[in-house]
Design a protein around this ligand. Structure first.
Ligand code: NAI
Length: 503
């Protein structure tokens, strides 16, 4: 069969960019062009400041995008980024659709159904401008039946009836933060197709692209419905584990059980396994919530109300977890945050990504701000304008500027804070660097837990008042030393037994 020579990927986001960079690296003979409507994003992909942070991504992109010299040989670049969508479509044999599929905000299914407007727009463009046969591999996460719908769109829009479109489903299973590792060593590649000869041949041609580095036994070919549902099912079951352990952490807190001990004991059961069993403030990211809701909508559309209700509770428990986390902070600071500074370390929805979509930090910070706290945020990879945009999109912006400060380092964020809340499990919050530097305000041991209420005495305490309180605004630097916090009974740190780890 004809090998694929030219690939176009529509959508230069978290999926399209890294996936195509790896495909280009592993297939030097294939020309790979990633296109997007967003000029700024494409410019960033062409520069040294890639639009997304992902460990290992820069090396892979530079390897395939820039000419490489070794001795007398050169490796010409085969990875390109462009906003010239039409030209890339015309010259491609294989086109990936990797555009966003957010939850619909208005109309039928608003709040749970996936918005397929971007997928449809991309498909229509392919149908309109193509002048030769194409394999169209649908990579975005979509409801079951989307490949079927796309076939109708291609049949009705295609100008040139001689052009054949083979529609495949090829969902992406990478996780942000480990995208390059996941792409280089995937658990499986899933390809869904029809069962006629042409469709199976198209699936084989796509399989050949992956076979350049993925063992054949890991490339699964199935029907389109199974492929589409498998992607949703995988995310739903992962989200379900996080909601399960978070609901158990609530029971741990009222019974005295330790959620980490429970997670370890349960996770060592090989039938269950240890992954995704870290209790947290709630899962975030662009996928879990929207994909669970998409499954809920599919179940509802087929009148499977109990099934829909079951999966909806996974999302409900996640919202409850975020609310419960904020409540803990408020309660541990005597039910008032008025004029208290709360440091938030970590804004991304998990470590090793700058992505903040659906991050629990946005929700928790909003609840603290509503209590009149001043929130001081530090994240190593998230840009300040992104933090502001997240807050203004999700919360009332009144006087936001006075209630939020964004810091370039964790030390100034923690300076004088009544509590430090670690909401992303960045390694720098776990290793020696931060604890020793932040020891001025925190006890090292306490830093190992994600949410730390730093106890501080009131001025009454320092005057010898019998009424003990944790809050004081005029403590000196010395008093903030780790030793003082650890030794003085008044400064006994109050920790909250929640642990952080998301998708
Ligand atoms: P993203 O929002 O980062 O990127 C999508 C890109 O598509 C945007 O840059 C947008 O400008 C572009 N786009 C939209 N319509 C277009 C059009 N008609 N022509 C050209 N460009 C267009 O989204 P992300 O995170 O890459 O996700 C893409 C899909 O992959 C979604 O369906 C998502 O659920 C799925 N997915 C995401 C994963 C993740 O970790 N982010 C993992 C696995 C799947």
């Amino acid at each position: 069969r004809e090998p694929v020579r030219s690939i176009c990927c529509i959508g230069a986001g978290y999926v399209g960019g890294p996936t195509c960079a790896v495909i280009a690296c592993q297939n030097p003979k294939i020309q790979v062009t990633v296109v997007d409507l967003d000029q700024a994003r494409i410019d960033a992909w062409k520069s040294d400041h890639l639009p997304i942070f992902e460990p290992g991504l820069r090396d892979v992109v530079q390897f395939a995008r820039d000419e490489q010299y070794s001795g007398h040989e050169t490796r010409p670049p085969n990875l390109f980024f462009s906003t010239d969508i039409d030209s890339a479509i015309v010259s491609a044999d294989l086109i990936f659709i990797a555009v966003n599929t957010p939850t619909k905000l208005v109309g039928q299914g608003a709040g749970s159904a996936s918005d397929l407007a971007y997928v449809e727009a991309a498909a229509r463009r392919i149908a309109e401008v193509s002048t030769s046969d194409k394999i169209v591999a649908q990579k975005s996460t979509v409801p079951c039946g989307t490949a079927h719908t796309l076939r109708h769109i291609f049949a009705s829009v295609a100008q040139n009836s001689d052009v054949n479109f083979e529609i495949l489903s090829n969902p992406e299973f990478l996780a942000e933060g480990t995208a390059i590792r996941d792409l280089l060593s995937p658990d499986r590649i899933l390809i869904g197709s029809n069962t006629d000869r042409r469709a199976l041949q198209a699936a084989e041609r796509l399989a050949d692209v992956y076979a350049a580095w993925v063992p054949r036994e890991r490339i699964l070919t199935v029907n389109c419905w199974s492929s589409e549902l498998s992607k949703l099912a995988a995310n739903c079951m992962l989200a379900q584990r996080i909601s399960s352990i978070n609901s158990l952490s609530a029971i741990c807190e009222v019974t005295g059980a330790d959620v980490d001990e429970v997670a370890q004991a349960v996770g060592q059961d090989t039938r269950i396994g240890s992954k995704m069993l870290k209790a947290s403030a709630g899962f975030g990211g662009s996928c879990f919530k929207k994909d669970v809701l998409c499954l809920v909508y599919i179940a509802e559309s087929y009148n499977l109300h109990e099934v829909a209700l079951y999966w909806r509770r996974i999302v409900d428990i996640n919202e409850y977890s975020k609310a419960r986390f904020a409540k803990w902070i408020i309660q541990s600071l005597h039910n008032t945050l008025d004029r208290k500074k709360i440091a938030i370390l970590g804004w991304a929805y998990k470590k090793d990504t700058g992505d903040t979509r659906e991050s629990a930090a946005i929700n928790v910070a909003g609840q603290l701000i509503a209590e009149n706290a001043h929130v001081a945020v530090y994240d190593p990879e998230v840009r300040p304008d992104q933090i502001i945009s997240d807050l203004t999109q999700h919360h009332n912006t009144d006087a936001l500027a006075k209630k939020v400060s964004i810091h370039k380092n964790p030390y100034s964020a923690c300076e004088g804070a009544s509590a430090v809340v670690i909401l992303t499990e960045w390694d720098e919050f776990k290793t020696d660097g931060l604890p020793s530097a932040v020891a001025n305000v925190l006890d090292k041991e306490v830093l190992e837990v994600p949410l730390v209420s730093v106890p501080r005495r009131t001025s009454e305490d320092s005057r010898g008042s019998s009424e003990r309180s944790w809050v004081r605004d005029d403590y000196s630097r010395d008093e903030r030393s780790a030793e003082n916090l650890a030794e003085s009974p008044v400064f006994e740190p109050k920790t909250i037994p929640l642990r952080l780890c998301k998708k």
